[in-house]
Design a protein around this ligand. Structure first.
Ligand SMILES: Cc1cc2nc3c(=O)[nH]c(=O)nc-3n(C[C@H](O)[C@H](O)[C@H](O)COP(=O)(O)OP(=O)(O)OC[C@H]3O[C@@H](n4cnc5c(N)ncnc54)[C@H](O)[C@@H]3O)c2cc1C
Length: 491
Protein backbone atom coordinates (compact mmCIF):
# COMPACT_ATOMS: atom_id res chain seq x y z
CA UNK A 1 0.00 0.00 0.00
CA UNK A 2 1.45 3.46 -0.83
CA UNK A 3 2.21 5.72 2.16
CA UNK A 4 -0.63 8.01 1.03
CA UNK A 5 -3.57 6.52 -0.87
CA UNK A 6 -5.63 8.60 -3.26
CA UNK A 7 -8.88 7.24 -1.85
CA UNK A 8 -10.15 4.98 0.90
CA UNK A 9 -13.66 3.55 0.63
CA UNK A 10 -15.53 2.41 3.74
CA UNK A 11 -18.03 -0.37 2.95
CA UNK A 12 -17.96 -2.92 0.12
CA UNK A 13 -21.62 -2.80 -0.91
CA UNK A 14 -22.47 -2.32 -4.59
CA UNK A 15 -22.00 1.45 -4.25
CA UNK A 16 -18.70 1.31 -2.34
CA UNK A 17 -17.28 -1.19 -4.83
CA UNK A 18 -18.51 0.85 -7.79
CA UNK A 19 -16.99 4.06 -6.39
CA UNK A 20 -13.69 2.21 -5.86
CA UNK A 21 -13.70 0.76 -9.40
CA UNK A 22 -14.53 4.13 -10.94
CA UNK A 23 -11.58 5.72 -9.11
CA UNK A 24 -9.16 2.83 -9.79
CA UNK A 25 -9.90 2.85 -13.49
CA UNK A 26 -8.97 6.50 -13.62
CA UNK A 27 -5.55 5.67 -12.19
CA UNK A 28 -6.11 6.50 -8.52
CA UNK A 29 -4.83 4.21 -5.76
CA UNK A 30 -7.80 2.86 -3.77
CA UNK A 31 -8.38 0.57 -0.79
CA UNK A 32 -11.78 -0.62 0.48
CA UNK A 33 -12.46 -1.49 4.13
CA UNK A 34 -15.49 -3.71 4.85
CA UNK A 35 -16.92 -4.65 8.26
CA UNK A 36 -18.18 -8.11 7.21
CA UNK A 37 -16.12 -11.16 6.31
CA UNK A 38 -17.19 -10.97 2.65
CA UNK A 39 -17.79 -8.16 0.18
CA UNK A 40 -21.26 -7.37 -1.14
CA UNK A 41 -23.39 -5.56 1.46
CA UNK A 42 -26.93 -5.97 0.13
CA UNK A 43 -25.70 -8.20 -2.72
CA UNK A 44 -24.51 -11.41 -1.04
CA UNK A 45 -25.34 -15.12 -1.09
CA UNK A 46 -25.23 -17.56 1.83
CA UNK A 47 -26.43 -21.02 2.84
CA UNK A 48 -28.91 -19.61 5.32
CA UNK A 49 -31.06 -22.73 5.79
CA UNK A 50 -29.76 -26.15 4.68
CA UNK A 51 -26.53 -27.30 2.98
CA UNK A 52 -26.71 -26.80 -0.79
CA UNK A 53 -29.43 -24.10 -0.61
CA UNK A 54 -27.85 -20.80 -1.66
CA UNK A 55 -29.97 -17.85 -0.54
CA UNK A 56 -29.66 -14.14 -1.26
CA UNK A 57 -30.19 -12.61 2.22
CA UNK A 58 -30.87 -9.22 0.60
CA UNK A 59 -31.20 -8.37 -3.10
CA UNK A 60 -32.08 -11.13 -5.56
CA UNK A 61 -33.87 -9.53 -8.54
CA UNK A 62 -31.88 -7.05 -10.58
CA UNK A 63 -33.93 -4.83 -12.91
CA UNK A 64 -31.74 -1.88 -11.99
CA UNK A 65 -28.50 -3.89 -12.03
CA UNK A 66 -28.90 -5.22 -15.56
CA UNK A 67 -29.95 -1.75 -16.78
CA UNK A 68 -27.35 0.15 -14.73
CA UNK A 69 -25.59 2.80 -16.85
CA UNK A 70 -22.36 2.24 -14.88
CA UNK A 71 -22.36 -1.59 -14.64
CA UNK A 72 -22.89 -1.67 -18.40
CA UNK A 73 -19.55 0.11 -18.89
CA UNK A 74 -17.68 -2.56 -16.87
CA UNK A 75 -16.45 -5.93 -18.22
CA UNK A 76 -18.14 -7.82 -15.35
CA UNK A 77 -18.93 -10.85 -17.55
CA UNK A 78 -15.17 -11.48 -17.70
CA UNK A 79 -15.28 -11.85 -13.92
CA UNK A 80 -18.11 -14.39 -13.94
CA UNK A 81 -21.29 -12.25 -13.93
CA UNK A 82 -24.19 -13.98 -15.76
CA UNK A 83 -27.73 -12.58 -15.74
CA UNK A 84 -30.41 -15.30 -15.85
CA UNK A 85 -33.92 -14.45 -17.02
CA UNK A 86 -37.19 -16.17 -16.12
CA UNK A 87 -39.82 -16.33 -18.87
CA UNK A 88 -41.54 -13.36 -17.24
CA UNK A 89 -39.71 -10.63 -15.27
CA UNK A 90 -42.61 -10.23 -12.83
CA UNK A 91 -46.16 -11.40 -12.18
CA UNK A 92 -48.92 -10.13 -9.93
CA UNK A 93 -51.40 -12.97 -9.29
CA UNK A 94 -54.98 -12.47 -8.07
CA UNK A 95 -57.15 -14.63 -5.84
CA UNK A 96 -59.23 -15.80 -8.86
CA UNK A 97 -56.17 -17.62 -10.28
CA UNK A 98 -55.41 -15.04 -13.00
CA UNK A 99 -52.45 -12.62 -13.05
CA UNK A 100 -51.28 -9.31 -14.46
CA UNK A 101 -47.74 -9.54 -15.77
CA UNK A 102 -44.75 -7.34 -16.37
CA UNK A 103 -43.28 -8.84 -19.50
CA UNK A 104 -40.37 -7.86 -21.74
CA UNK A 105 -43.10 -7.04 -24.27
CA UNK A 106 -45.17 -3.88 -23.75
CA UNK A 107 -48.01 -5.49 -25.71
CA UNK A 108 -48.12 -8.62 -23.51
CA UNK A 109 -48.04 -6.47 -20.36
CA UNK A 110 -50.80 -4.20 -21.66
CA UNK A 111 -52.94 -7.19 -22.68
CA UNK A 112 -52.68 -8.64 -19.17
CA UNK A 113 -54.31 -5.46 -17.81
CA UNK A 114 -57.48 -6.13 -19.83
CA UNK A 115 -59.09 -4.25 -22.75
CA UNK A 116 -60.12 -1.15 -20.78
CA UNK A 117 -56.53 -0.35 -19.69
CA UNK A 118 -54.29 -1.82 -22.39
CA UNK A 119 -54.26 1.33 -24.54
CA UNK A 120 -53.65 3.60 -21.55
CA UNK A 121 -50.58 1.57 -20.56
CA UNK A 122 -49.17 1.56 -24.08
CA UNK A 123 -49.63 5.32 -24.43
CA UNK A 124 -47.94 5.81 -21.05
CA UNK A 125 -44.77 3.78 -21.62
CA UNK A 126 -44.25 3.51 -25.39
CA UNK A 127 -42.82 7.06 -25.87
CA UNK A 128 -40.02 6.23 -23.39
CA UNK A 129 -39.08 2.74 -24.57
CA UNK A 130 -36.84 3.74 -27.52
CA UNK A 131 -35.12 6.44 -25.42
CA UNK A 132 -34.73 4.35 -22.27
CA UNK A 133 -30.92 4.14 -21.98
CA UNK A 134 -30.47 7.90 -22.26
CA UNK A 135 -33.48 8.57 -20.04
CA UNK A 136 -32.23 6.25 -17.28
CA UNK A 137 -28.75 7.75 -17.38
CA UNK A 138 -30.19 11.29 -17.22
CA UNK A 139 -32.62 10.35 -14.42
CA UNK A 140 -29.95 8.59 -12.39
CA UNK A 141 -27.53 11.52 -12.74
CA UNK A 142 -29.91 13.97 -11.07
CA UNK A 143 -29.63 16.39 -9.36
CA UNK A 144 -26.41 17.72 -10.82
CA UNK A 145 -23.75 15.19 -11.79
CA UNK A 146 -24.16 15.42 -15.58
CA UNK A 147 -26.06 17.61 -18.03
CA UNK A 148 -29.07 15.69 -19.42
CA UNK A 149 -28.36 14.25 -22.88
CA UNK A 150 -32.05 14.29 -23.77
CA UNK A 151 -33.66 17.05 -21.66
CA UNK A 152 -36.94 16.89 -23.61
CA UNK A 153 -37.55 13.21 -22.82
CA UNK A 154 -36.43 13.78 -19.23
CA UNK A 155 -38.94 16.64 -18.92
CA UNK A 156 -41.75 14.48 -20.40
CA UNK A 157 -40.84 11.73 -17.98
CA UNK A 158 -40.92 14.27 -15.15
CA UNK A 159 -44.45 15.34 -16.13
CA UNK A 160 -45.62 11.73 -16.01
CA UNK A 161 -43.62 10.64 -12.97
CA UNK A 162 -43.29 13.62 -10.62
CA UNK A 163 -46.89 13.55 -9.37
CA UNK A 164 -47.81 10.89 -6.80
CA UNK A 165 -48.44 7.33 -8.01
CA UNK A 166 -52.08 7.75 -6.97
CA UNK A 167 -52.44 10.22 -9.88
CA UNK A 168 -50.93 7.69 -12.28
CA UNK A 169 -53.31 5.00 -11.01
CA UNK A 170 -56.30 7.24 -11.75
CA UNK A 171 -55.57 6.86 -15.46
CA UNK A 172 -56.45 3.14 -15.16
CA UNK A 173 -59.94 1.76 -14.76
CA UNK A 174 -59.43 -1.81 -13.60
CA UNK A 175 -57.73 -3.44 -10.67
CA UNK A 176 -55.14 -5.42 -12.64
CA UNK A 177 -53.05 -2.44 -13.74
CA UNK A 178 -53.61 -0.58 -10.47
CA UNK A 179 -52.40 -3.50 -8.34
CA UNK A 180 -49.33 -4.23 -10.44
CA UNK A 181 -48.24 -0.57 -10.64
CA UNK A 182 -48.87 0.08 -6.92
CA UNK A 183 -46.72 -2.93 -6.12
CA UNK A 184 -43.88 -1.53 -8.23
CA UNK A 185 -43.89 1.70 -6.20
CA UNK A 186 -43.80 -0.33 -2.99
CA UNK A 187 -40.46 -1.86 -4.04
CA UNK A 188 -38.75 1.26 -2.65
CA UNK A 189 -41.20 1.40 0.30
CA UNK A 190 -42.59 4.68 -0.99
CA UNK A 191 -46.11 5.76 0.06
CA UNK A 192 -48.37 5.75 -3.01
CA UNK A 193 -49.40 9.38 -2.45
CA UNK A 194 -45.80 10.65 -2.21
CA UNK A 195 -44.14 13.09 -4.60
CA UNK A 196 -42.47 11.45 -7.65
CA UNK A 197 -43.67 7.96 -6.73
CA UNK A 198 -45.16 7.66 -10.22
CA UNK A 199 -41.57 7.79 -11.53
CA UNK A 200 -40.59 4.83 -9.35
CA UNK A 201 -43.32 2.66 -10.89
CA UNK A 202 -42.41 3.78 -14.41
CA UNK A 203 -38.68 3.12 -13.93
CA UNK A 204 -39.32 -0.49 -12.82
CA UNK A 205 -41.77 -1.09 -15.67
CA UNK A 206 -39.47 0.41 -18.32
CA UNK A 207 -36.51 -1.53 -16.92
CA UNK A 208 -38.47 -4.76 -17.50
CA UNK A 209 -39.31 -3.81 -21.08
CA UNK A 210 -35.69 -2.90 -21.82
CA UNK A 211 -33.69 -5.73 -20.24
CA UNK A 212 -35.88 -7.73 -17.85
CA UNK A 213 -35.57 -8.42 -14.14
CA UNK A 214 -32.89 -11.11 -13.98
CA UNK A 215 -31.26 -12.91 -11.09
CA UNK A 216 -27.52 -13.52 -10.97
CA UNK A 217 -26.23 -17.05 -11.72
CA UNK A 218 -24.83 -18.41 -8.46
CA UNK A 219 -26.52 -15.65 -6.44
CA UNK A 220 -26.13 -11.89 -6.01
CA UNK A 221 -22.74 -12.52 -4.38
CA UNK A 222 -21.37 -13.25 -7.89
CA UNK A 223 -22.10 -9.65 -8.89
CA UNK A 224 -20.23 -8.32 -5.85
CA UNK A 225 -17.38 -10.79 -6.40
CA UNK A 226 -17.13 -9.66 -10.04
CA UNK A 227 -16.91 -6.00 -8.95
CA UNK A 228 -14.24 -6.85 -6.34
CA UNK A 229 -12.21 -8.97 -8.80
CA UNK A 230 -12.29 -6.19 -11.40
CA UNK A 231 -11.21 -3.70 -8.73
CA UNK A 232 -8.27 -5.89 -7.75
CA UNK A 233 -7.20 -6.23 -11.41
CA UNK A 234 -7.21 -2.43 -11.58
CA UNK A 235 -4.81 -2.36 -8.62
CA UNK A 236 -7.34 -1.70 -5.85
CA UNK A 237 -7.20 -3.48 -2.49
CA UNK A 238 -10.08 -4.91 -0.45
CA UNK A 239 -9.85 -5.53 3.31
CA UNK A 240 -12.70 -7.46 4.95
CA UNK A 241 -13.52 -8.00 8.66
CA UNK A 242 -12.52 -4.37 9.24
CA UNK A 243 -15.22 -2.27 10.90
CA UNK A 244 -14.38 1.42 10.79
CA UNK A 245 -15.34 3.24 13.98
CA UNK A 246 -13.23 6.40 13.66
CA UNK A 247 -11.43 8.16 10.83
CA UNK A 248 -8.20 7.29 12.68
CA UNK A 249 -8.86 3.60 11.92
CA UNK A 250 -8.09 4.34 8.28
CA UNK A 251 -4.76 4.80 6.48
CA UNK A 252 -3.77 8.29 5.23
CA UNK A 253 -5.61 9.21 2.03
CA UNK A 254 -6.51 12.26 -0.05
CA UNK A 255 -10.19 11.31 -0.03
CA UNK A 256 -12.48 9.17 2.14
CA UNK A 257 -15.64 7.76 0.59
CA UNK A 258 -18.36 6.28 2.82
CA UNK A 259 -20.76 3.58 1.67
CA UNK A 260 -22.53 3.91 5.02
CA UNK A 261 -25.67 5.48 6.43
CA UNK A 262 -25.46 9.25 7.01
CA UNK A 263 -25.84 8.57 10.77
CA UNK A 264 -22.78 6.26 10.77
CA UNK A 265 -20.77 8.73 8.71
CA UNK A 266 -21.61 11.54 11.14
CA UNK A 267 -20.52 9.36 14.06
CA UNK A 268 -17.27 8.19 12.43
CA UNK A 269 -16.22 11.53 10.98
CA UNK A 270 -17.44 13.66 13.90
CA UNK A 271 -20.03 15.63 11.91
CA UNK A 272 -22.25 16.13 14.98
CA UNK A 273 -25.86 16.87 14.05
CA UNK A 274 -25.18 17.45 10.34
CA UNK A 275 -27.49 14.64 9.15
CA UNK A 276 -29.92 14.78 12.07
CA UNK A 277 -32.89 15.69 9.88
CA UNK A 278 -32.34 12.62 7.68
CA UNK A 279 -35.26 10.23 8.19
CA UNK A 280 -35.16 6.42 8.14
CA UNK A 281 -38.23 4.61 6.85
CA UNK A 282 -40.21 1.44 7.48
CA UNK A 283 -38.33 -1.82 7.88
CA UNK A 284 -38.95 -5.22 6.38
CA UNK A 285 -39.46 -8.71 7.76
CA UNK A 286 -37.90 -11.29 5.44
CA UNK A 287 -38.17 -15.06 5.23
CA UNK A 288 -35.76 -17.22 3.19
CA UNK A 289 -37.18 -20.63 2.39
CA UNK A 290 -35.70 -23.97 1.38
CA UNK A 291 -38.52 -25.71 -0.50
CA UNK A 292 -39.21 -29.29 -1.51
CA UNK A 293 -40.49 -28.13 -4.91
CA UNK A 294 -41.48 -24.93 -6.73
CA UNK A 295 -44.03 -22.57 -5.13
CA UNK A 296 -47.48 -23.97 -6.05
CA UNK A 297 -48.87 -20.67 -7.40
CA UNK A 298 -52.41 -21.04 -8.73
CA UNK A 299 -51.72 -18.57 -11.54
CA UNK A 300 -49.50 -20.13 -14.22
CA UNK A 301 -47.92 -16.73 -14.94
CA UNK A 302 -46.59 -16.59 -11.37
CA UNK A 303 -44.92 -19.98 -11.89
CA UNK A 304 -43.09 -18.51 -14.92
CA UNK A 305 -41.92 -15.27 -13.26
CA UNK A 306 -38.68 -14.43 -11.46
CA UNK A 307 -40.36 -11.95 -9.10
CA UNK A 308 -43.93 -12.24 -7.84
CA UNK A 309 -45.86 -9.48 -6.05
CA UNK A 310 -48.49 -10.75 -3.61
CA UNK A 311 -51.57 -8.68 -2.75
CA UNK A 312 -55.22 -9.03 -3.71
CA UNK A 313 -55.56 -5.43 -4.92
CA UNK A 314 -53.98 -1.98 -4.76
CA UNK A 315 -55.91 -1.05 -1.63
CA UNK A 316 -54.38 -3.98 0.22
CA UNK A 317 -50.94 -2.66 -0.82
CA UNK A 318 -51.77 0.90 0.28
CA UNK A 319 -53.13 -0.33 3.64
CA UNK A 320 -50.05 -2.49 4.31
CA UNK A 321 -47.65 0.35 3.45
CA UNK A 322 -49.64 2.81 5.54
CA UNK A 323 -49.62 0.48 8.57
CA UNK A 324 -45.84 -0.03 8.42
CA UNK A 325 -44.67 3.45 7.47
CA UNK A 326 -47.25 5.78 9.05
CA UNK A 327 -49.40 3.98 11.63
CA UNK A 328 -46.45 2.29 13.35
CA UNK A 329 -47.93 -1.23 13.35
CA UNK A 330 -47.29 -4.42 11.41
CA UNK A 331 -49.90 -5.00 8.69
CA UNK A 332 -52.42 -7.77 9.36
CA UNK A 333 -52.31 -8.66 5.66
CA UNK A 334 -48.81 -7.83 4.42
CA UNK A 335 -48.00 -6.90 0.84
CA UNK A 336 -45.27 -9.33 -0.22
CA UNK A 337 -42.43 -9.06 -2.66
CA UNK A 338 -41.13 -12.53 -3.46
CA UNK A 339 -38.30 -13.87 -5.64
CA UNK A 340 -37.81 -17.46 -6.85
CA UNK A 341 -34.24 -17.59 -8.26
CA UNK A 342 -33.97 -21.38 -8.55
CA UNK A 343 -36.67 -21.49 -11.23
CA UNK A 344 -33.89 -20.29 -13.61
CA UNK A 345 -30.69 -20.95 -11.66
CA UNK A 346 -29.99 -24.64 -10.96
CA UNK A 347 -26.89 -23.76 -8.90
CA UNK A 348 -29.02 -22.47 -6.00
CA UNK A 349 -30.55 -25.69 -4.69
CA UNK A 350 -30.18 -29.49 -4.93
CA UNK A 351 -32.01 -31.22 -7.82
CA UNK A 352 -35.77 -30.69 -7.68
CA UNK A 353 -35.52 -28.40 -4.64
CA UNK A 354 -35.86 -24.62 -4.55
CA UNK A 355 -34.88 -21.43 -2.74
CA UNK A 356 -37.48 -18.70 -2.40
CA UNK A 357 -37.71 -15.46 -0.44
CA UNK A 358 -40.55 -13.19 0.64
CA UNK A 359 -40.69 -10.01 2.64
CA UNK A 360 -43.35 -7.70 3.99
CA UNK A 361 -43.10 -4.19 5.41
CA UNK A 362 -43.09 -3.50 9.16
CA UNK A 363 -42.42 -0.38 11.26
CA UNK A 364 -38.82 0.75 11.69
CA UNK A 365 -37.19 -1.19 14.53
CA UNK A 366 -40.18 -3.59 14.90
CA UNK A 367 -39.18 -6.72 16.81
CA UNK A 368 -42.21 -9.00 16.27
CA UNK A 369 -42.55 -12.09 14.06
CA UNK A 370 -44.40 -11.70 10.72
CA UNK A 371 -43.81 -15.30 9.56
CA UNK A 372 -47.36 -16.52 10.12
CA UNK A 373 -48.95 -13.48 8.39
CA UNK A 374 -46.54 -13.90 5.44
CA UNK A 375 -47.41 -17.59 5.06
CA UNK A 376 -51.16 -16.98 5.38
CA UNK A 377 -50.85 -14.44 2.58
CA UNK A 378 -48.83 -16.87 0.41
CA UNK A 379 -51.40 -19.64 0.96
CA UNK A 380 -54.13 -17.43 -0.59
CA UNK A 381 -52.25 -17.40 -3.90
CA UNK A 382 -50.29 -20.67 -3.62
CA UNK A 383 -52.38 -23.18 -1.63
CA UNK A 384 -50.19 -25.92 -0.22
CA UNK A 385 -47.16 -23.62 0.07
CA UNK A 386 -46.53 -24.55 3.71
CA UNK A 387 -46.32 -28.25 2.84
CA UNK A 388 -43.33 -27.53 0.60
CA UNK A 389 -41.27 -25.81 3.31
CA UNK A 390 -38.16 -27.77 4.32
CA UNK A 391 -36.57 -24.97 6.35
CA UNK A 392 -36.90 -21.24 6.82
CA UNK A 393 -34.58 -18.43 8.03
CA UNK A 394 -36.29 -15.28 9.28
CA UNK A 395 -34.87 -11.78 9.67
CA UNK A 396 -36.78 -8.80 11.05
CA UNK A 397 -35.45 -5.26 11.52
CA UNK A 398 -33.07 -6.07 14.44
CA UNK A 399 -31.47 -8.99 12.56
CA UNK A 400 -31.19 -7.02 9.29
CA UNK A 401 -29.59 -4.09 11.10
CA UNK A 402 -27.16 -6.43 12.89
CA UNK A 403 -26.18 -7.98 9.55
CA UNK A 404 -25.58 -4.64 7.84
CA UNK A 405 -25.25 -1.33 9.71
CA UNK A 406 -26.72 0.52 6.70
CA UNK A 407 -30.18 -1.01 7.36
CA UNK A 408 -30.95 1.32 10.25
CA UNK A 409 -34.00 -0.11 12.08
CA UNK A 410 -34.43 -2.61 9.24
CA UNK A 411 -34.88 0.12 6.59
CA UNK A 412 -33.45 -1.61 3.52
CA UNK A 413 -33.52 1.65 1.53
CA UNK A 414 -31.06 3.33 3.98
CA UNK A 415 -33.44 6.25 4.37
CA UNK A 416 -37.16 6.87 3.88
CA UNK A 417 -38.16 7.17 0.23
CA UNK A 418 -40.82 9.76 0.99
CA UNK A 419 -41.29 13.50 0.50
CA UNK A 420 -38.38 15.34 -1.07
CA UNK A 421 -36.05 12.71 0.42
CA UNK A 422 -37.03 10.29 -2.36
CA UNK A 423 -35.11 12.44 -4.84
CA UNK A 424 -32.97 14.80 -2.78
CA UNK A 425 -31.05 12.81 -0.20
CA UNK A 426 -29.39 12.94 2.32
CA UNK A 427 -29.95 16.75 2.38
CA UNK A 428 -31.53 19.35 0.13
CA UNK A 429 -28.38 20.00 -1.83
CA UNK A 430 -27.13 20.04 -5.40
CA UNK A 431 -23.99 18.29 -4.12
CA UNK A 432 -25.37 15.37 -2.09
CA UNK A 433 -22.11 13.38 -2.20
CA UNK A 434 -20.16 16.17 -0.47
CA UNK A 435 -20.03 16.42 3.33
CA UNK A 436 -18.92 19.11 5.79
CA UNK A 437 -15.31 17.97 5.23
CA UNK A 438 -13.93 18.66 1.71
CA UNK A 439 -12.05 15.31 1.58
CA UNK A 440 -14.93 13.16 2.90
CA UNK A 441 -17.72 11.90 0.62
CA UNK A 442 -20.89 9.80 0.92
CA UNK A 443 -21.69 7.20 -1.79
CA UNK A 444 -24.32 4.87 -0.30
CA UNK A 445 -27.96 4.47 -1.32
CA UNK A 446 -28.68 7.37 1.06
CA UNK A 447 -27.56 9.52 -1.90
CA UNK A 448 -29.24 9.87 -5.34
CA UNK A 449 -30.54 7.98 -7.18
CA UNK A 450 -31.24 5.95 -4.04
CA UNK A 451 -31.76 2.30 -3.18
CA UNK A 452 -31.26 -0.77 -5.35
CA UNK A 453 -28.25 -2.60 -6.70
CA UNK A 454 -27.16 -0.39 -9.59
CA UNK A 455 -24.01 1.34 -8.36
CA UNK A 456 -25.11 4.78 -9.55
CA UNK A 457 -24.67 6.56 -6.18
CA UNK A 458 -21.14 5.10 -6.19
CA UNK A 459 -20.52 6.29 -9.74
CA UNK A 460 -21.90 9.78 -9.08
CA UNK A 461 -19.92 10.12 -5.83
CA UNK A 462 -16.73 8.98 -7.60
CA UNK A 463 -17.17 11.91 -10.00
CA UNK A 464 -17.22 14.32 -7.04
CA UNK A 465 -14.13 12.57 -5.64
CA UNK A 466 -12.11 12.68 -8.82
CA UNK A 467 -12.91 16.37 -9.26
CA UNK A 468 -11.52 16.87 -5.74
CA UNK A 469 -8.45 14.73 -6.47
CA UNK A 470 -7.72 16.54 -9.73
CA UNK A 471 -7.39 19.72 -7.70
CA UNK A 472 -4.35 18.24 -5.86
CA UNK A 473 -0.93 17.77 -7.56
CA UNK A 474 -0.99 13.98 -6.91
CA UNK A 475 -4.52 13.78 -8.31
CA UNK A 476 -3.49 15.65 -11.43
CA UNK A 477 -0.48 13.30 -11.82
CA UNK A 478 -2.78 10.20 -11.64
CA UNK A 479 -5.08 11.72 -14.26
CA UNK A 480 -2.14 12.52 -16.55
CA UNK A 481 -0.78 8.97 -16.14
CA UNK A 482 -4.09 7.44 -17.31
CA UNK A 483 -4.42 9.94 -20.16
CA UNK A 484 -0.85 9.03 -21.23
CA UNK A 485 -1.59 5.27 -21.13
CA UNK A 486 -4.75 5.78 -23.20
CA UNK A 487 -2.83 7.77 -25.84
CA UNK A 488 -0.17 5.03 -25.98
CA UNK A 489 -2.85 2.33 -26.43
CA UNK A 490 -4.54 4.32 -29.21
CA UNK A 491 -1.15 4.81 -30.92
C1 LIG B 1 -34.01 -7.92 2.28
C2 LIG B 1 -33.53 -7.03 1.16
C3 LIG B 1 -33.99 -7.26 -0.14
C4 LIG B 1 -33.54 -6.45 -1.18
N1 LIG B 1 -33.93 -6.75 -2.46
C5 LIG B 1 -33.41 -6.06 -3.49
C6 LIG B 1 -33.58 -6.52 -4.82
O1 LIG B 1 -34.15 -7.59 -5.06
N2 LIG B 1 -33.05 -5.77 -5.83
C7 LIG B 1 -32.33 -4.63 -5.59
O2 LIG B 1 -31.86 -3.99 -6.54
N3 LIG B 1 -32.12 -4.18 -4.32
C8 LIG B 1 -32.62 -4.88 -3.27
N4 LIG B 1 -32.34 -4.51 -1.99
C9 LIG B 1 -31.67 -3.21 -1.74
C10 LIG B 1 -30.18 -3.27 -2.02
O3 LIG B 1 -29.62 -4.40 -1.41
C11 LIG B 1 -29.52 -1.98 -1.49
O4 LIG B 1 -30.21 -0.85 -1.97
C12 LIG B 1 -28.07 -1.90 -1.93
O5 LIG B 1 -27.34 -3.03 -1.48
C13 LIG B 1 -27.44 -0.63 -1.41
O6 LIG B 1 -26.07 -0.65 -1.73
P1 LIG B 1 -25.01 0.19 -0.89
O7 LIG B 1 -23.69 -0.12 -1.48
O8 LIG B 1 -25.45 1.60 -0.80
O9 LIG B 1 -25.10 -0.36 0.61
P2 LIG B 1 -25.00 -1.83 1.17
O10 LIG B 1 -25.23 -2.82 0.11
O11 LIG B 1 -25.87 -1.85 2.35
O12 LIG B 1 -23.48 -1.97 1.60
C14 LIG B 1 -22.90 -1.23 2.64
C15 LIG B 1 -21.68 -1.97 3.12
O13 LIG B 1 -20.95 -1.13 4.01
C16 LIG B 1 -20.52 -1.90 5.12
N5 LIG B 1 -20.33 -1.01 6.25
C17 LIG B 1 -21.28 -0.24 6.85
N6 LIG B 1 -20.72 0.44 7.88
C18 LIG B 1 -19.41 0.10 7.90
C19 LIG B 1 -18.30 0.47 8.74
N7 LIG B 1 -18.45 1.33 9.75
N8 LIG B 1 -17.09 -0.07 8.48
C20 LIG B 1 -16.91 -0.92 7.45
N9 LIG B 1 -17.92 -1.33 6.64
C21 LIG B 1 -19.15 -0.81 6.87
C22 LIG B 1 -21.65 -2.91 5.32
O14 LIG B 1 -21.20 -4.04 6.05
C23 LIG B 1 -22.02 -3.24 3.87
O15 LIG B 1 -21.25 -4.30 3.38
C24 LIG B 1 -32.70 -5.35 -0.92
C25 LIG B 1 -32.22 -5.13 0.37
C26 LIG B 1 -32.61 -5.99 1.40
C27 LIG B 1 -32.02 -5.82 2.77
Amino acid sequence: MPAMLDAVVVGAGPNGLTAAVELARRGFSVAVFEACGTVGGGARTEELTLPGFRHDPCSAAHPLGVNSPVFRTMPLDRYGLRWLHADLPMAHPFTDGTAAVLSRSVAETAASFGPRDAGTYRRLVEPFVPRWDTLLRDFMSLPSTALPRDPVTLARFGLAGLPPATWLLRRFRDERAKALLSGLVAHVIAPLDGLATGAVGLVFALAAHARGWPVVRGGSQSLSDALAAYLKDLGGAVHTDYEVKRLDDLPPARAYVFDTSPAALARIAGFGHHYESYRYGAGVFKVDYALDGPVPWTAKEARAAGTVQVAADHEEIGTALHAASRAGRAPEVPFLITVQPSTVDPTRAPDGKHVFWAYGHVPNGWSGDLTDAIERQLERFAPGFRDRVLARATAGPPQLAARNANYVGGDIACGAASGLQLLLRPKLSLFPYNTPHPAVFLCSSATPPGPGVHGMPGHNAAKAVWRHLHRTPAGRAAGERVAGERTEKRA
